[in-house]
Each structure stands twice: as C-alpha cells, then as structure tokens.
Design a protein around this ligand. Structure first.
Ligand code: ADP
Ligand code: GLC
Length: 510
C-alpha cells in the first residue's frame, strides 16, 4: 500500500505540539509494517534539514494556484520527505501558522489550501512527483481540504478512472482548531458549490471550515484516542461539529497515539543527567538533583517535585495549577514549569515563581532538553487538561517513572490508570472530574502517596515504566483502517456499507 502522510509540522523540522511528534513517528512505524510511505509538508524557512535531495518536481501554476516545487529528500532510514516549496507562502521564520506576535497569517487559507491540494494531487494519476498514493492521510485542519478535493475529482471522473483516485483519511488531533475562513475563499480555492452545503458540505455558520471539509468528505475519520472519539460527538467537546461527527460515526474511530521510544527512553536519553530504568532508579534521583540545581530550587529531600510542560492555554488547565499552587507548596511540593502561550497565564505563573523562589520555577519558551529533564527529574507530572485528544506528556512521564496527575478525559483517560484502581495496576492519579477541587484532591493524594507509602509509589513508577506505549500497535490499527477504505474495498473499517455520495457539479479538472 502507498500512503501519503500530509502534515503541517514534523519534529525536529518544525513542531508546535504533539502533531509534530506524531508526524515524526507514525509514518516510519507504518513503513516498518511493509508499506511505502511518504511525508508531505511545506518547506518553511530555517528548517534543520538533513538528508539528500533526490528529486525535484515542478507543480505548475493553475488558476488561483501559484507555481510551486516538490523536493524529495531522502533521510537515510527514515520515510522520504516531499517538501512543498513555494517561498512566497511558506518561507517565513517562526511557527507555521502565525507571526512572531502570534497573529495568524492572513493567507493561511491559500497556504494550507495549496498544501491540501498538492496532497490530493499526489493521490491521482496527475501526481506531480511520479509517485501516486493509494491513501492520502490528512492531519488536522491544515491538510483537511485534501479529502474534499479528492471527492470532488472522484465525482467528476468517469467510472473507469474513479478507482485510480486515492482514498482519504483525516485524523483529528485537536478539534478546537478548525481553519475557519470567510466563504469567499471557497472559489479561490477551487471548491465547487456542491461541496459547500451546511449539512453535507464544508459550510460552518456562513464560513468555510477546512476541518469540517475533512470530516464530511474523508473516507475514514480517526482521532487520537478512543475516549476523544466519543467525546467529540457530544456538544460539550464537539466544538460545533458534534452533529457532523455523529452523522459520520460509522466512519469514525479513535486510535491511541504511541510515543517514540528511541527519543523518550530514560535508559538512552542523552539530554538527561543519568540513565535509569524500572529496576535501577538511582539515576532518577540524580536527574531530580540536577533539575533542581539547574532551576535553582531548594534541594530538600522531603519535598516532592511536580513537573509541567505544555502550552499555557485554558485547554491544559493551567489556571487550576496556578490556583492550587499555594496549597501544593504548603503541603510540601515544588513546581518546575515549562511552556508558553497565553500572556495572562504567563504573568500569573511568573508572579507565583517570584513569591516562592525556592519552590516554584517557571521557564517561558520552547526547550526540548529541559522538557526531557523535567520528565526525568520530577516525581510527578501535572496534566489537568480540560480536554485532551491524546496527550503525549502523560505517556512520556509514565515511561520516565513520573506518575502523572490527569483529568479523566480523552487520551489521558485511555492511558493512565488511577493509583486506587483495583488490582494494583495504577500508574498515576486520575482526577474525579475537571475542577479545582478535583485537581487539589488528586495533588493531595499524590503527595500523601509519595511521602507515606514509598512502596506503593515505586509500584506506580514500575507499572508506568513497564507499559508498552510504542507505536507499532497504533500503526497496525491505522493500516487496518487504510485497508478498509482502499479503492475497491467494499466495506469501511467498522464493516459498515460504503456511503454513497451525491455526484455534484464538480469542476471537471484538477
Ligand atoms: P499538544 O499537542 O496539545 O500541545 P501533547 O502532549 O500531545 O500536547 O504534545 C506536546 C508536545 O510538545 C510534547 O512533546 C511536549 O513535550 C512538547 N512541548 C510542549 N511545550 C513545550 C515546551 N515549552 N518546550 C518543549 N517541549 C514542549
Ligand atoms: C493535539 C492534541 C494532543 C495530541 C496531539 C497529537 O495537539 O492537543 O492531545 O496528543 O495533537 O495527536
């Protein structure tokens, strides 16, 4: 099977969050199962690219689309990269979606419209790079127009050609971000009127929603945990798209992300002070001491160190951490926090650190090494997200013997077992709901467990470290899902009959 994995970020080239990690790890895991996989992403400025350019293909200008090039880069063992070069759209420094001040680029519809269109083209006989995918796998809104283009071209193709057009999957990594733009972009992006309906198309409250396009037209929809797959079908976490997702529930499934166990492995992590494992935890104590020294936190044996790495947003429950910090410190805790985002949250965190210089340290910014050191050196990891499609940090922390405190939502619910669960298989502390009181209660439980019952604590650590969070199981689930939608497959991954689509007034050419 030939799979094109289309994405807007991929670590270490460019990463704003978990999508970057997933794009780096999932395609090779699928390739390891014997499939041909290529990764398509934009050629942003300043990418730390390593590898050899082994192909150069023009993508001619056409209608509203500017001319672009595809560069094929081979990176030794990794999955080959297809970089979409169009300097006027992508050669900008900084994060992929916004300028340095955090203002979204006004031409994002065109930037990611082109990325989606080229992804879709690679799934057709008109592929510009001489390689045609059987499956085009889109990820989040920046590539979610690809399923719409493929559907539009499939509808316009004659019966003989239809099966030569790739099937599509869209993976929802975070439904909170949808790529909603004014409707007049639709014609500029070559989207036919038949694909813009509110019930069966991409219209969202009078605007064009790229995410909704993906959800409406993909042959399969996945999201990054089974619990989140259920949650997004409810008004509470559906961000206005729960109705569409309920309608397409027979095409939707949750596949839990994995973690890259080469990069996140405490026995072989070059970024941490000392290696350690479930059986040899001495190195972890050295990591804690080093982290405290680096951050200037008091080295008091009786104090438990809580870590947090992530985006400072409401999603991540940072406000609960801020409001609960005073109690946490009074009860004998310390906090090592790394992240950036919402300015008001940054300011509140800084004030907290100023008030408790011995016990709270906040580092604002993106720092890969410090993220590893916090995972390794903390006793427990805080992740009280209001919602969390999957979350990677709670899996990293379990692998690093750092039992996490989490909310019972999305991938957190699917990957952490509470310390009090029957059977002794606990790996962390699952809050009883999403609230300040639930956060405070879980933190108090973690503190008590760490201080009073060291044997139980070590069992939590060992259980977490022995869990298998590797990618192979997820990769196998993706391959099963691809197999169900391959052109010619008569059933979808859940065995439901193939949906029929209204042949529209699609543009006859692409
Ligand atoms: P999300 O994608 O919602 O931000 P995830 O837990 O899935 O959350 O993934 C976040 C990824 O980004 C993790 O690899 C995490 O370590 C990393 N990360 C987030 N913020 C920072 C930061 N300030 N510095 C370094 N790494 C970070
Ligand atoms: C998103 C989600 C996060 C998930 C990541 C990778 O950024 O917020 O929960 O782990 O995507 O799928």
């Amino acid at each position: 099977m030939k799979v094109l994995f289309a994405t807007s970020e991929c670590a270490p080239l460019v990463k704003t969050g978990g999508l970057g990690d997933v794009s780096a790890a999932l395609p090779p895991a699928i390739a390891a199962l014997g499939h041909e996989v290529m990764l398509l992403m934009p050629a942003y400025a300043d990418m730390p690219l390593q590898g050899r350019i082994t192909g150069w293909f023009p993508v001619p200008a056409e209608g509203p689309w500017p001319a672009a090039q595809l560069l094929r880069v081979d990176r030794g063992e990794g999955v080959p990269l297809l970089l979409l070069a169009c300097p006027q759209l992508y050669a900008r420094s900084g994060p992929p979606y916004a300028d340095a001040a955090g203002v979204e680029h006004p031409d994002n519809a065109l930037r990611f419209g082109l990325l989606s269109r080229v992804a879709a083209l690679i799934g057709t006989p008109r592929s510009p790079c001489g390689w045609t995918a059987d499956i085009v796998h889109a990820n989040d809104w920046p590539t979610a127009l690809a399923p719409l283009y493929l559907r539009q071209w499939r509808d316009a193709a004659g019966a003989a050609d239809r099966s030569r057009i790739a099937a599509s999957m869209v993976t929802v990594h975070n439904l909170a971000f949808q790529g909603v733009v004014p409707m007049d972009w639709a014609s500029r992006l070559g989207i036919g009127g038949a694909y813009l309906g509110v019930h069966d198309g991409a219209e969202f409250w009078g605007k064009l929603s790229m995410m909704k396009a993906g959800l409406q037209f993909a042959d399969a929809i996945t999201t990054v945990s089974p619990t989140y797959a259920r949650e997004i079908q409810t008004p509470e976490l559906g961000f206005g798209l729960d109705g569409v997702l309920r309608t397409r529930a027979d095409r939707l499934q949750g596949i839990l992300n994995g973690i890259d166990t080469d990069i996140w492995n405490p026995l072989r992590d070059p970024l941490i002070e000392a290696p350690f494992s479930a059986d040899r935890l001495a190195g972890k104590a050295a990591c804690k001491a080093a982290l405290r020294r680096t951050l200037g936190l008091a080295e008091d044996d009786k104090r438990m160190l809580f870590g947090l790495v992530g985006r400072f947003t409401e999603q991540k429950g940072i406000d609960w951490v801020i409001a609960g910090a005073e109690r946490l410190v009074c009860q004998g805790g310390q906090l090592a926090i790394l992240g950036s985002g919402d300015r008001a949250l940054e300011t509140a965190l800084r004030a907290l650190a100023q008030k408790h210089p011995q016990h709270v340290r906040v580092t604002v910014g993106f720092d890969e090494a410090l993220a590893h050191q916090i995972e390794a050196g903390s006793d427990s990891f805080l992740m009280p997200s209001r919602f969390e499609p999957c979350g990677l940090n709670q899996m990293y922390s379990q692998a690093y013997g750092t039992p996490p405190v989490v909310t019972p939502t999305g991938g957190l619910a699917d990957s952490v077992t509470d310390a009090a669960a029957p059977g002794g298989g606990g790996t962390g502390f699952v809050m009883q709901g999403g609230s300040q009181a639930a956060f405070d209660e879980a933190v108090a439980r973690a503190l008590a467990c760490w201080k009073d019952t060291p044997d139980t604590w070590r069992r939590l650590q060992r259980n977490g470290m022995q869990r298998d969070f590797g990618w192979p199981a997820s990769a196998r689930a993706y391959v099963r899902a691809y197999t169900g939608i391959l052109p010619g497959a008569d059933a979808d991954p859940q065995g439901a009959p193939a949906l029929s689509y209204k042949a529209g007034t699609a543009a006859a050419e692409y």
